[in-house]
Design a protein around this ligand. Structure first.
Ligand SMILES: Nc1ncnc2c1ncn2[C@@H]1O[C@H](COP(=O)(O)OP(=O)(O)O)[C@@H](O)[C@H]1O
Ligand SMILES: [Mg+2]
Length: 161
């Protein structure tokens, strides 16, 4: 297993590992209520994404299928690409109904030819369409502007027409 990412916040540390054809995310803390609710929501929005999950008194572990493709963060910010991402995000928002992914950072979008898929469902929850659009707008604007794109607002506005 290779450590891909490690991140700490006020709750503790979570680590993402890669190997044996899957990804593993391990939280060194646990929250029973969140764990069960989270699994149910991910199973509704993305059935089969979790191959297995484990809960112990000290940690929560999620085994995920590998989503094939390239991380959108590593791709450009050409207008055509930005439009494709926005089209995908809008359909993701539509498809998930009263639930939502909740973290539309480019790092959480995997591009495989014409296909795109979301990974990292940690922030998913019950959300209105307006809440989802608002979060997606801020997440994507931040990431694309970091890449030097200045016309994000125009492209976003056009993507609603
Ligand atoms: N199921 C998956 N398929 C493909 N790549 C993944 C998968 N899960 C994680 N990754 C890779 O690992 C990185 C970190 O995982 P992520 O769940 O986004 O962690 P974090 O919650 O710290 O952002 C992702 O940006 C992606 O490159
Ligand atoms: Mg992520």
């Amino acid at each position: 297993m290779i450590l891909v990412k490690s991140r700490s916040d006020m709750w503790g540390t979570r680590r993402v590992y890669k190997g044996n054809g899957c990804y593993i995310k391990e939280f060194d803390y646990c929250d029973h209520y969140w764990y069960h609710k989270h699994i149910k929501m991910v199973d509704t929005m993305n059935p089969g994404y979790y191959i297995n999950t484990f809960y112990s008194t000290t940690r929560m572990t999620f085994i995920m299928k590998t989503v094939p493709g390239v991380n959108a963060k590593t791709l450009g910010s050409g207008i055509k690409f930005v439009k494709r991402i926005l089209k995908f995000v809008h359909s993701n928002i539509q498809e998930t109904g009263s639930l939502g992914h909740g973290d539309w950072a480019l790092e959480n979008i995997i591009v495989n030819g014409n296909d795109m898929q979301m990974i990292d469902w940690d922030a998913c929850g019950v959300m209105t369409k307006e809440e989802k659009l608002n979060k997606a707008y801020h997440d994507l604007k931040k990431d694309f502007e970091k890449k030097g794109l200045r016309s994000f607002d125009n492209i976003w506005r056009e993507s609603h027409d």
